[in-house]
Write a protein that binds this ligand. Structure first.
Ligand code: UDP
Ligand code: MG
Length: 314
Protein backbone atom coordinates (compact mmCIF):
# COMPACT_ATOMS: atom_id res chain seq x y z
CA UNK A 1 0.00 0.00 0.00
CA UNK A 2 1.17 3.48 -0.80
CA UNK A 3 1.08 5.77 2.22
CA UNK A 4 -1.67 8.36 2.50
CA UNK A 5 0.66 11.18 3.39
CA UNK A 6 4.15 12.07 2.16
CA UNK A 7 6.14 14.68 4.03
CA UNK A 8 9.08 16.18 2.16
CA UNK A 9 11.89 17.89 4.03
CA UNK A 10 14.82 19.41 2.10
CA UNK A 11 17.85 19.52 4.38
CA UNK A 12 21.07 21.40 3.99
CA UNK A 13 23.31 21.24 7.09
CA UNK A 14 20.41 20.53 9.44
CA UNK A 15 22.07 17.95 11.71
CA UNK A 16 20.88 19.56 14.97
CA UNK A 17 17.28 19.47 13.72
CA UNK A 18 17.04 15.93 12.34
CA UNK A 19 16.02 14.05 15.48
CA UNK A 20 13.79 16.73 17.01
CA UNK A 21 12.01 17.26 13.71
CA UNK A 22 11.30 13.55 13.31
CA UNK A 23 10.09 13.24 16.92
CA UNK A 24 7.68 16.15 16.60
CA UNK A 25 6.27 14.76 13.38
CA UNK A 26 5.90 11.26 14.77
CA UNK A 27 4.10 12.37 17.91
CA UNK A 28 1.63 14.33 15.80
CA UNK A 29 1.07 11.80 13.05
CA UNK A 30 0.98 8.45 14.83
CA UNK A 31 -2.19 9.15 16.87
CA UNK A 32 -3.99 10.08 13.63
CA UNK A 33 -3.86 6.51 12.43
CA UNK A 34 -2.86 7.55 8.90
CA UNK A 35 -0.11 5.82 6.97
CA UNK A 36 2.72 8.21 6.19
CA UNK A 37 6.23 8.44 4.84
CA UNK A 38 8.90 11.00 5.56
CA UNK A 39 11.14 11.90 2.62
CA UNK A 40 14.29 13.64 3.75
CA UNK A 41 16.27 15.10 0.88
CA UNK A 42 19.88 15.66 1.88
CA UNK A 43 20.90 18.63 -0.24
CA UNK A 44 24.69 18.34 -0.12
CA UNK A 45 25.08 18.84 3.63
CA UNK A 46 28.63 19.16 4.89
CA UNK A 47 27.78 18.24 8.47
CA UNK A 48 26.54 14.81 9.62
CA UNK A 49 22.93 15.29 8.47
CA UNK A 50 23.17 12.19 6.27
CA UNK A 51 24.53 9.96 9.04
CA UNK A 52 21.77 11.06 11.38
CA UNK A 53 19.13 10.50 8.73
CA UNK A 54 20.41 7.00 8.06
CA UNK A 55 20.35 6.26 11.79
CA UNK A 56 16.75 7.43 11.81
CA UNK A 57 15.92 5.17 8.91
CA UNK A 58 17.35 2.17 10.82
CA UNK A 59 14.91 2.98 13.56
CA UNK A 60 11.85 3.76 11.43
CA UNK A 61 11.56 2.44 7.84
CA UNK A 62 8.91 5.02 7.06
CA UNK A 63 11.81 7.45 6.71
CA UNK A 64 13.23 7.55 3.18
CA UNK A 65 16.51 9.33 2.61
CA UNK A 66 17.31 10.82 -0.78
CA UNK A 67 20.94 11.83 -0.90
CA UNK A 68 21.65 14.35 -3.69
CA UNK A 69 25.09 14.35 -5.29
CA UNK A 70 25.81 17.95 -4.16
CA UNK A 71 24.04 21.09 -2.99
CA UNK A 72 21.46 21.91 -5.66
CA UNK A 73 19.46 24.45 -3.64
CA UNK A 74 16.15 24.20 -1.86
CA UNK A 75 13.99 24.40 -4.98
CA UNK A 76 15.80 21.47 -6.60
CA UNK A 77 15.74 19.44 -3.38
CA UNK A 78 12.02 19.99 -3.10
CA UNK A 79 11.57 18.91 -6.71
CA UNK A 80 13.47 15.71 -5.96
CA UNK A 81 11.14 15.04 -3.05
CA UNK A 82 8.01 15.70 -5.11
CA UNK A 83 9.24 13.34 -7.83
CA UNK A 84 9.76 10.59 -5.27
CA UNK A 85 6.69 11.09 -3.08
CA UNK A 86 4.15 8.27 -3.24
CA UNK A 87 1.40 9.59 -0.98
CA UNK A 88 -2.10 10.73 -1.93
CA UNK A 89 -1.36 13.98 -0.17
CA UNK A 90 2.04 15.65 -0.07
CA UNK A 91 3.33 18.28 2.34
CA UNK A 92 6.71 20.00 1.93
CA UNK A 93 8.17 21.29 5.21
CA UNK A 94 11.31 23.00 6.48
CA UNK A 95 13.69 21.08 8.70
CA UNK A 96 13.95 23.87 11.26
CA UNK A 97 10.38 23.33 12.58
CA UNK A 98 9.34 26.75 11.34
CA UNK A 99 6.49 24.91 9.65
CA UNK A 100 4.80 23.46 12.75
CA UNK A 101 3.76 19.81 12.33
CA UNK A 102 0.86 20.54 14.68
CA UNK A 103 -0.88 22.04 11.67
CA UNK A 104 -0.85 18.79 9.69
CA UNK A 105 -4.14 17.35 11.07
CA UNK A 106 -5.90 20.55 10.05
CA UNK A 107 -4.37 20.43 6.57
CA UNK A 108 -5.52 16.82 6.20
CA UNK A 109 -9.03 17.69 7.38
CA UNK A 110 -9.39 20.42 4.75
CA UNK A 111 -8.05 18.08 2.07
CA UNK A 112 -10.67 15.49 3.05
CA UNK A 113 -13.29 18.21 2.57
CA UNK A 114 -12.30 18.17 -1.08
CA UNK A 115 -9.63 20.83 -1.50
CA UNK A 116 -6.60 20.04 -3.64
CA UNK A 117 -4.33 22.63 -2.11
CA UNK A 118 -4.40 23.72 1.52
CA UNK A 119 -2.09 26.70 2.02
CA UNK A 120 -0.55 27.37 5.40
CA UNK A 121 -0.52 31.16 5.62
CA UNK A 122 1.55 33.00 8.22
CA UNK A 123 -0.65 35.30 10.25
CA UNK A 124 2.42 36.97 11.69
CA UNK A 125 5.96 37.30 10.48
CA UNK A 126 7.35 38.38 13.82
CA UNK A 127 9.99 35.63 13.67
CA UNK A 128 11.49 37.28 10.56
CA UNK A 129 13.80 40.26 10.75
CA UNK A 130 12.44 43.69 9.91
CA UNK A 131 14.57 43.68 6.78
CA UNK A 132 13.15 40.37 5.57
CA UNK A 133 9.59 41.42 6.31
CA UNK A 134 10.02 44.66 4.40
CA UNK A 135 11.70 43.13 1.38
CA UNK A 136 9.25 40.20 1.27
CA UNK A 137 6.32 42.55 1.30
CA UNK A 138 7.79 44.68 -1.48
CA UNK A 139 8.64 41.57 -3.50
CA UNK A 140 5.10 40.15 -3.40
CA UNK A 141 3.55 43.50 -4.31
CA UNK A 142 5.96 43.86 -7.19
CA UNK A 143 5.70 40.34 -8.62
CA UNK A 144 1.93 40.17 -8.29
CA UNK A 145 1.58 43.43 -10.20
CA UNK A 146 3.79 42.16 -12.98
CA UNK A 147 2.81 38.56 -13.46
CA UNK A 148 -0.46 36.92 -14.43
CA UNK A 149 -0.04 34.24 -11.77
CA UNK A 150 -0.89 35.54 -8.32
CA UNK A 151 1.56 34.25 -5.73
CA UNK A 152 -0.07 34.26 -2.30
CA UNK A 153 1.64 36.61 0.12
CA UNK A 154 2.88 35.18 3.44
CA UNK A 155 2.65 31.58 2.27
CA UNK A 156 5.87 29.61 1.96
CA UNK A 157 6.27 26.13 0.59
CA UNK A 158 4.39 24.71 3.59
CA UNK A 159 1.08 23.46 2.19
CA UNK A 160 -0.78 20.26 1.47
CA UNK A 161 -1.11 19.19 -2.15
CA UNK A 162 -3.23 16.37 -3.50
CA UNK A 163 -1.84 13.73 -5.83
CA UNK A 164 -3.42 15.52 -8.80
CA UNK A 165 -1.50 18.70 -8.01
CA UNK A 166 1.80 16.87 -7.56
CA UNK A 167 1.31 15.07 -10.86
CA UNK A 168 0.57 18.41 -12.53
CA UNK A 169 3.79 19.86 -11.08
CA UNK A 170 5.74 16.97 -12.51
CA UNK A 171 4.55 17.96 -15.98
CA UNK A 172 6.32 21.31 -15.77
CA UNK A 173 9.60 20.83 -17.61
CA UNK A 174 11.52 23.92 -16.55
CA UNK A 175 14.96 23.51 -15.06
CA UNK A 176 14.97 26.66 -12.99
CA UNK A 177 12.25 26.08 -10.52
CA UNK A 178 10.72 28.87 -8.50
CA UNK A 179 8.46 26.48 -6.60
CA UNK A 180 6.16 29.03 -5.01
CA UNK A 181 5.35 30.35 -8.46
CA UNK A 182 4.90 26.89 -9.96
CA UNK A 183 2.58 25.91 -7.09
CA UNK A 184 0.47 28.96 -7.87
CA UNK A 185 0.63 28.38 -11.60
CA UNK A 186 -0.96 24.92 -11.50
CA UNK A 187 -4.03 26.29 -9.71
CA UNK A 188 -6.60 23.73 -8.43
CA UNK A 189 -9.12 24.20 -5.63
CA UNK A 190 -7.29 26.06 -2.90
CA UNK A 191 -8.05 27.02 0.67
CA UNK A 192 -6.03 28.49 3.52
CA UNK A 193 -5.33 27.85 7.16
CA UNK A 194 -3.48 30.36 9.34
CA UNK A 195 -0.66 29.94 11.81
CA UNK A 196 2.02 31.88 13.66
CA UNK A 197 5.46 31.18 12.31
CA UNK A 198 7.88 30.31 15.12
CA UNK A 199 11.58 31.15 14.93
CA UNK A 200 14.09 28.59 13.65
CA UNK A 201 14.54 25.71 16.14
CA UNK A 202 18.32 25.31 15.77
CA UNK A 203 21.08 26.22 13.33
CA UNK A 204 21.16 29.21 11.02
CA UNK A 205 19.13 30.37 8.05
CA UNK A 206 20.61 29.42 4.69
CA UNK A 207 19.16 32.45 2.97
CA UNK A 208 21.27 35.57 3.38
CA UNK A 209 20.40 38.86 1.68
CA UNK A 210 22.29 37.98 -1.51
CA UNK A 211 20.55 34.61 -1.87
CA UNK A 212 17.18 36.22 -1.22
CA UNK A 213 17.90 38.81 -3.91
CA UNK A 214 18.74 36.08 -6.41
CA UNK A 215 15.67 34.15 -5.33
CA UNK A 216 13.57 37.25 -6.05
CA UNK A 217 15.21 37.66 -9.48
CA UNK A 218 14.45 34.01 -10.19
CA UNK A 219 10.80 34.57 -9.33
CA UNK A 220 10.45 37.70 -11.40
CA UNK A 221 12.17 36.37 -14.50
CA UNK A 222 10.25 33.08 -14.29
CA UNK A 223 6.87 34.74 -14.10
CA UNK A 224 7.04 38.06 -15.92
CA UNK A 225 8.41 39.51 -19.16
CA UNK A 226 7.66 43.04 -18.10
CA UNK A 227 11.27 44.04 -17.29
CA UNK A 228 12.17 43.25 -20.89
CA UNK A 229 9.60 45.73 -22.15
CA UNK A 230 10.48 48.55 -19.79
CA UNK A 231 13.43 49.63 -21.94
CA UNK A 232 11.30 50.11 -25.04
CA UNK A 233 8.65 52.21 -23.27
CA UNK A 234 11.29 54.23 -21.50
CA UNK A 235 13.04 54.73 -24.85
CA UNK A 236 9.84 55.99 -26.44
CA UNK A 237 9.21 58.46 -23.65
CA UNK A 238 12.76 59.75 -23.83
CA UNK A 239 12.61 60.12 -27.62
CA UNK A 240 9.47 62.20 -27.26
CA UNK A 241 11.15 64.61 -24.83
CA UNK A 242 14.30 64.63 -26.94
CA UNK A 243 12.21 65.76 -29.90
CA UNK A 244 10.70 68.64 -27.92
CA UNK A 245 14.14 69.61 -26.71
CA UNK A 246 15.49 69.54 -30.26
CA UNK A 247 12.81 72.01 -31.36
CA UNK A 248 13.77 74.29 -28.49
CA UNK A 249 17.44 74.21 -29.51
CA UNK A 250 16.62 75.00 -33.14
CA UNK A 251 14.45 77.93 -32.15
CA UNK A 252 17.06 79.18 -29.68
CA UNK A 253 19.73 79.04 -32.35
CA UNK A 254 17.61 80.76 -35.03
CA UNK A 255 16.20 83.48 -32.79
CA UNK A 256 19.03 84.16 -30.34
CA UNK A 257 22.08 83.19 -32.38
CA UNK A 258 24.38 80.39 -31.33
CA UNK A 259 26.13 80.88 -28.02
CA UNK A 260 28.16 77.67 -27.56
CA UNK A 261 26.76 76.27 -24.35
CA UNK A 262 25.57 72.88 -23.38
CA UNK A 263 28.53 70.98 -22.00
CA UNK A 264 26.71 70.19 -18.72
CA UNK A 265 23.51 69.04 -20.41
CA UNK A 266 25.55 66.97 -22.87
CA UNK A 267 27.49 65.31 -20.08
CA UNK A 268 24.41 64.61 -17.97
CA UNK A 269 22.56 63.15 -20.93
CA UNK A 270 25.47 60.92 -21.93
CA UNK A 271 26.05 59.58 -18.43
CA UNK A 272 22.39 59.11 -17.71
CA UNK A 273 21.65 57.25 -20.89
CA UNK A 274 24.78 55.11 -20.75
CA UNK A 275 23.56 54.01 -17.34
CA UNK A 276 20.08 53.29 -18.61
CA UNK A 277 21.46 51.34 -21.55
CA UNK A 278 23.68 49.21 -19.35
CA UNK A 279 20.78 48.42 -17.04
CA UNK A 280 18.62 47.48 -20.02
CA UNK A 281 21.37 45.20 -21.35
CA UNK A 282 21.68 43.70 -17.88
CA UNK A 283 17.96 42.92 -17.82
CA UNK A 284 18.25 41.20 -21.18
CA UNK A 285 21.27 39.35 -19.78
CA UNK A 286 19.24 38.00 -16.86
CA UNK A 287 16.70 36.51 -19.24
CA UNK A 288 19.23 35.37 -21.79
CA UNK A 289 21.29 33.59 -19.14
CA UNK A 290 18.23 31.74 -17.92
CA UNK A 291 17.23 30.86 -21.46
CA UNK A 292 20.72 29.45 -21.94
CA UNK A 293 20.40 27.39 -18.74
CA UNK A 294 17.06 26.02 -19.90
CA UNK A 295 18.35 25.20 -23.35
CA UNK A 296 21.11 23.02 -21.91
CA UNK A 297 18.43 20.68 -20.58
CA UNK A 298 20.49 19.52 -17.65
CA UNK A 299 18.63 17.63 -14.94
CA UNK A 300 17.38 19.70 -12.00
CA UNK A 301 19.17 17.46 -9.48
CA UNK A 302 21.17 14.24 -9.32
CA UNK A 303 20.61 11.54 -6.74
CA UNK A 304 23.72 9.94 -5.29
CA UNK A 305 21.75 7.29 -3.48
CA UNK A 306 18.23 6.64 -2.36
CA UNK A 307 17.62 4.80 0.89
CA UNK A 308 14.03 3.62 0.88
CA UNK A 309 11.40 1.46 -0.77
CA UNK A 310 11.25 1.51 -4.59
CA UNK A 311 9.27 4.47 -5.89
CA UNK A 312 6.70 2.59 -7.94
CA UNK A 313 6.04 -0.50 -5.82
CA UNK A 314 3.73 -0.16 -2.84
N1 UDP B 1 17.65 24.20 2.26
C1 UDP B 1 18.07 23.28 1.31
N2 UDP B 1 19.07 23.63 0.45
C2 UDP B 1 19.67 24.84 0.48
C3 UDP B 1 19.22 25.79 1.45
C4 UDP B 1 18.21 25.43 2.31
O1 UDP B 1 17.55 22.16 1.25
O2 UDP B 1 20.57 25.08 -0.32
C5 UDP B 1 16.56 23.82 3.22
C6 UDP B 1 16.93 24.01 4.68
O3 UDP B 1 17.65 22.91 5.17
C7 UDP B 1 15.55 24.14 5.33
C8 UDP B 1 14.75 24.86 4.25
O4 UDP B 1 15.47 24.67 3.03
O5 UDP B 1 14.96 22.89 5.59
C9 UDP B 1 14.53 26.31 4.56
O6 UDP B 1 15.77 26.94 4.83
P1 UDP B 1 15.93 28.07 5.93
O7 UDP B 1 15.20 27.68 7.17
O8 UDP B 1 17.39 28.36 6.06
O9 UDP B 1 15.21 29.30 5.24
P2 UDP B 1 14.37 30.47 5.96
O10 UDP B 1 13.35 29.79 6.84
O11 UDP B 1 15.36 31.25 6.73
O12 UDP B 1 13.77 31.22 4.82
MG1 MG C 1 13.67 28.43 8.25
Amino acid sequence: MFPTLSLIIPMHNEAPNVASCYERIRTILDPLGESWELLCVNDGSRDDTLARLLALREQDPRVTVIDLSRNFGKEAALTAGLDQARGDAVIPMDADLQDPPELIPELLARWREGFDVVLAVRSSRTSDSLFKRGTARFFYRFINRMSEVQIPEDAGDFRLMSRAVVDALKLLPERRRFMKGLFAWVGFRTTEVHYDRPPRAAGETKFNAWRLWNFALEGITSFSHLPLKVASYFGMAVSFFAFLYAIKIVIDTLVYGNPVKGYPSLMVAILFFSGVQLVAIGVIGEYLGRLYEESKQRPVYLIRKRYGPPVDTP
